[in-house]
Structures are given as C-alpha cells and as structure tokens.
Write a protein that binds this ligand. Structure first.
Ligand SMILES: [Cu+2]
Length: 331
C-alpha cells in the first residue's frame, strides 16, 4: 500500500515539475534573440532547432523525474529504516531481481535518449541540396559573408552605442571640447555615459544592443542554405541559436553547416569562441525574408547599390514589426 502510494506521489511530482518547466521554457524563450528572464533555449526558426528543443525537453524531463524519484526514495529510506522505526536491521546483501532492474532500467533510459539524439545528429549532417551557399569568414572582429554564386560579399560589423548616438545626434557632440570628446571622456566612464545616453535611442531603433550589425545578411524563407565557415586569423564561431547552428571558424579550414529557416524575421547570434578583446563585439544578424524581397535585395547588391539594399531590409523589418504591405518593394 505504502509502496503504491509512494509510486503515485513520485510520478505526480515528476509530471508536475516537468510540466511547469516546459511551460516556463516556452513562456520565457525569445526567438531570434534572448529575452530577460529567459529559461531554456531560444525559440526555433528551423526544423533542426525544433528537434534540438524537443530533445532538450525530453532529456530535461528525464533528469527531473529521476532526481525526484531518487530524492523521494532517500527520504523514505531515512524515515522508514531509521534506528527508531527499524531497530533490528535486515541482513540482506543481495537481491537478484533488484540488481537486474537497476541495471536494465538505466540502460533502457539511456538507449531511449540516444535514439532521438542520433536522429538529430544525422539530420544536422544530412545537407539537403542547397538553394544558396554562403561563406562566412571570421575576422578580428567582424564577419564577412560571401554569397558565392552571386559574387556578393557583406561585411557585418557591430553597431556600438557611439554609432547610434552619432546616427541620431550627428558628429557635433563628439568634437573636441564637446560632451563626448574622446580625449576628455575615456575608459569605463566613457562607456557608461555612452551606454546611458544611447539607451533611449536603442529602444527607438527596436534593435538589440550588442547584437545589431551595420549590415545584416538576408536569406529567403523555406530555402536550404549551406554555410561554409572559416576564419582569417584566430578561431571564431558562427552561431544563430534559433537556427540550431553553431560552427567553429578555424583558420586554414572550411567547415560546412546548413539551415532552412521556416520563419521570417531577424535572427541574431554572436561569435561563440573567445577570440580576443572584442570577442563580444562581433555579432551576427540574419534576416529571413520572402523570396521576392530577397531577390530585390540581392539585385540591389549586385548593382552595387548598398543603400537601396539596406532600405529594402529595413522596410521589410518594419513591415514584419508593423504589418505593412511589402508590394512596393517588388517593383
Ligand atoms: Cu569570438
């Protein structure tokens, strides 16, 4: 009776915790960028990332259930077999059934986890036929993205607090003797002032600080992109969490990853191997757009009209945020 009750309580507690964690993960996960108070991984924008998320949940629930089971078992043993409740201990040393069970059950659990894990691994290395191939090259401290067949290269550099202030206020406050004169205002004090003064402008721009780049790359939605990753100097790592892609960029070598984004929007990532003093200042931004938008963006770039290309992506980002029509972009 006691055993059955204990089993039921353990299962209920495990289910409750797993459910609670699952819900919290969904509630606090951002897609494309992290959010305050986030628990769990960023929301998925590719099938691979969906499956990474699923595996993460399965493993997490398994771990939580086992932990709760062991905890309850220990509490039960501490109470039931204490000196007071059990003055004459049993002298049992072996129980064949029990030993077989605690060997077989963990094996089954591990094999059970390994099946979706291997399936995911094979999916990540399946490389479906590409619609587009981009070569990403890490540099200290920015990323070059070369569209190999289109012969277009995009250099993505971080947008700093100083950049957004200059874009808003012009160069005047940065001149000699002015508020942000770099000879007077230096070091940490300078960073603090620039950070505080740019906060409102960042909010207005609706771009994430430390993740925004001057030139995002664009890819068409629902198309397979092969990404070749290498480096010009030290080891970097190209990452977009919502795509489930993370690939080290090693000088002298070219690695390949692939993704197929199924959601439009802007997805951010950061260099993910400590590479030097400005490691934190080489983010990656990928804007996933409809094919016609991508085509007009690429046409503008091939016509060497970077300004128009930037405007196309900006308009598309605003459209996604505000729900405006994109028809004029296709003309
Ligand atoms: Cu880095």
């Amino acid at each position: 009776m006691l055993r059955r009750m204990f089993g039921a309580v353990a299962i209920m507690a495990a289910a409750y915790c797993a459910g609670a964690i699952g819900t919290m993960t969904a509630a606090f996960a951002g897609t494309g960028q992290p959010v305050d108070g986030q628990m769990g991984l960023q929301g998925p924008a590719t099938p691979v990332m969906e499956h990474i998320n699923d595996l993460y949940s399965v493993v997490n629930i398994t771990i939580i259930a086992i932990t709760i089971f062991v905890l309850l078992l220990m509490l039960y043993v501490m109470y039931r077999f204490s000196e007071k409740n059990n003055p004459t201990p049993s002298r049992t040393t072996h129980n064949v059934m029990l030993e077989v069970a605690w060997t077989i059950i963990p094996i089954l659990i591990l094999v059970g986890i390994s099946i979706p894990s291997f399936r995911l691994l094979f999916e990540q290395y399946s490389f479906p036929k590409p619609d587009l191939t981009i070569k990403a090259t890490g540099n200290a401290w920015y990323w070059d993205h070369e569209y190999l067949d289109q012969k277009v290269t995009i250099t993505s550099t971080v947008v700093s607090d100083e950049d957004v202030l200059k874009a808003k206020l012009g160069d005047a406050p940065f001149k000699k003797g002015a508020k942000y004169d770099s000879d007077v205002l230096t070091g940490v004090a300078r960073n603090k002032v620039l950070y505080e003064d740019s906060a409102a402008i960042w909010a207005e721009r609706k771009e994430p600080r430390k993740l925004a780049v001057d030139q995002a790359i664009a890819v068409p939605v629902n198309k397979t992109v092969h990404l070749l990753v290498t480096s010009n100097d030290v080891i970097h790592s190209w990452t977009i969490p919502s795509f489930g892609v993370k690939q080290q960029a090693v000088p002298g070598r070219t690695a390949a990853v692939w993704f197929r984004a199924t959601k439009t929007g802007t997805f951010y990532g950061q260099c993910s191997v400590l590479c030097g003093k400005l490691h934190s200042a080489m983010p990656i931004a990928v804007q996933v757009v409809e094919q016609p938008v991508y085509d007009s963006w690429m046409a503008a770039l091939q016509a060497k009209d970077k300004k128009k290309a930037a405007e196309i992506l900006k308009a598309e980002a605003l459209r996604v945020q505000g729900g405006q029509s994109v028809a004029h972009l296709n003309n």
